[in-house]
Ligand binder design. Structure first.
Ligand SMILES: Nc1ncnc2c1ncn2[C@@H]1O[C@H](COP(=O)(O)OP(=O)(O)OP(=O)(O)O)[C@@H](O)[C@H]1O
Length: 194
């Protein structure tokens, strides 16, 4: 049975890094590119990390009835929305997919496609190390957004509270202290469950 491997974790836990490395290891995985209204960051490419769009783009997809889930974040830089659309790119009869999302979107996708179609991969990193990685990443940006980085760090405490993780039915966690060890563990888990 085809499944959606759903990568989740707090900000700077390494979701993007793991996603890219898993895609290299398992090139047969298809991706579901999410949409966002946030501005594109240095080094990102439209249609790769996200489909970068705006409010009118979101409304057009909503009018067509194909938005599966949408979340809005009141950031230091304005309201940014992230959403998943059933825009014809998902065929669960044939393909396995790999996606990055949140607990909220994981739950919405589970309702939409069926919980058995999703394979959650929850990534975690000790908070101090995660904050250091977040700051190091921000320092590399042309216009570092430190306030937004801090907001996300604090918001994650609530979004990924133990209660929320439990309510979403997440049991397995993958520590991303060492990237190779983390990838090996995830790959074993995929082999067991796909
Ligand atoms: N195991 C690791 N060891 C050292 N650095 C890492 C490791 N995993 C990720 N990083 C680095 O940590 C930073 C955050 O990683 P990444 O961007 O993949 O996280 P993310 O969870 O996708 O973040 P966000 O949700 O905020 O976009 C990046 O600069 C990345 O290169």
């Amino acid at each position: 049975m085809s499944k959606i491997c759903y990568i989740m974790g707090k900000s700077s836990s390494g979701k993007d890094t793991i996603f890219k490395r898993l895609k290299e290891r398992r090139p047969e995985f298809r991706t579901i590119t999410l949409y966002t209204t946030r501005p594109i960051r240095e080094g990102e490419t439209d249609g790769v990390e996200y489909h970068f769009t705006d409010e009118s783009g979101l409304k057009a997809l909503e009018d067509k009835g194909c938005v599966i889930e949408v979340r809005a974040y009141n950031t230091k830089c304005g309201i940014w929305k992230y959403f998943t659309a059933d825009d014809g790119q998902i065929d669960l009869e044939k393909e396995d997919y790999i996606v990055i999302g949140t607990l909220q979107s994981f739950e919405a996708m589970s309702r939409y496609f069926g919980r058995d179609k999703l394979l959650p991969v929850y990534v975690e990193v000790e908070d101090g190390l995660r904050l250091k990685r977040a700051l190091d990443r921000e320092l590399q940006q042309n216009e570092p957004k430190y306030a937004e980085m801090c907001r996300r760090f604090l918001a994650d405490q609530e979004d990924f509270s133990e209660d929320h993780i439990k309510a979403a039915g997440i049991e397995r966690r993958f520590s991303n202290e060492d990237i190779e060890e983390c990838l090996n563990e995830i790959e074993d888990y995929l082999n067991e469950n796909l």
